[in-house]
Every structure is written in C-alpha cells, then in structure tokens.
Design a protein around this ligand. Structure first.
Ligand SMILES: [Cu+2]
Length: 178
C-alpha cells in the first residue's frame, strides 16, 4: 500500500510538470519586431513576419531609438501598399512600443518618419485564431523546413499524449489499490 501511494505521488508530480509544459508552449509570446535588429531600416520585416506565428494574446514589441523612428498603425492594405501614413489609426514613439494582438486578422504598421516606410520600414502581420494554430499552420513557402514546423506543434502533441498516458496510469493504479 505504501509503495503504491509514493508511486502515484511521483506520477502526479510528473503529470503536473507535463501540464505546466503544455501551458508554457501555448502561453502568450512577445514578438520583438525585426528580431535582434529591431525596428530598423536594415531589418527585413517581411521575412521576419513569415518566421513567426502570431496568436491572440501575443504582443508585438517595436524596439528602436526614440526620435529616429516611430510606429504608426495603418488602416488597411491599400494604405500599406502606398505607404499612406495619413491614414494612421494609432501612433507610438516611445522607442519600446508594445502592441497587443487581441483578435484574429491582419494589421499594418509603418514607420512615421518621412521616407522610412518607402525604404522598407513597414510590417504586415496576421493574427491567427487559437483554433487555426492547432491545425498546424502552413507559413508561406521556401524557408519553411519540415523539421522547424514540426518542433513547436509536435512537442505540444507529445506532451498531450504523455499527459493522457499518465492519467491512464493513475486511473489503473487508483482502481487497483482501492
Ligand atoms: Cu523609421
């Protein structure tokens, strides 16, 4: 009886860890726009955006030297294509601007400094709904190797399977000892 009790305690602890890990993989992420280069003219925002998965609850963080750049949110795709900053719906200039992604859909950002948007400082991101992320997203084309797309969704699935196995073990042991 004592053996069984400590054994199921161990299983419980492992299970709690597994649940925490699953939670961790689904937790909100902070996306540093442009990666290590940040919100800068030298960054390639198109390829950066395609390397990320934006989920509801995630945050965009624009890091730059205040005064040199700014962040404006544009109304739509035509303003984005034309770099029409006059349509800006929101403007930020702190140098570390945080934008929360609250709903699915596409959002458009640009630098408010004259000429910078035309020079490539613009960003288009699409936030996916939670349901869409579970059904493995297919980020566009070339640089998406099968192994990299497997790693995030794969580990989440693995953890889910592990939790199921552990729950089964618990139930079997519980049924056997009582
Ligand atoms: Cu700029």
């Amino acid at each position: 009886m004592e053996m069984a009790a400590t054994e199921s305690k161990k299983v419980l602890i492992v299970m709690m860890f597994a649940v925490m890990l699953v939670r961790e993989t689904q937790a909100a992420k902070k996306h540093i726009v442009g990666g290590s280069q940040g919100w800068d003219e030298s960054s390639d925002f198109r390829s950066w955006a395609s390397s990320q998965t934006f989920r509801i609850g995630d945050q965009l963080v624009f890091k730059y030297t205040p005064g040199l750049h700014s962040v404006v949110e544009l109304a739509g795709s035509s303003a984005y294509d034309k770099c029409d900053i006059s349509t800006a719906t929101d403007s930020k200039s702190s140098g570390e601007d945080v934008i929360k992604l609250t709903k699915p859909g596409t959002r458009y950002f640009a630098c408010g400094t004259l000429g910078h948007c035309e020079g490539g400082m613009k960003l288009k991101i699409t936030t996916v709904s939670e349901a869409a992320t579970n059904a493995s997203p297919s980020p566009s084309s070339s640089d998406d190797s099968p192994s990299s797309s497997m790693s995030s969704t794969g580990s989440t699935h693995l953890m889910a399977v592990l939790v199921m196995i552990l729950i089964n073990i618990m139930l079997i042991r519980g049924g056997g000892t009582s």
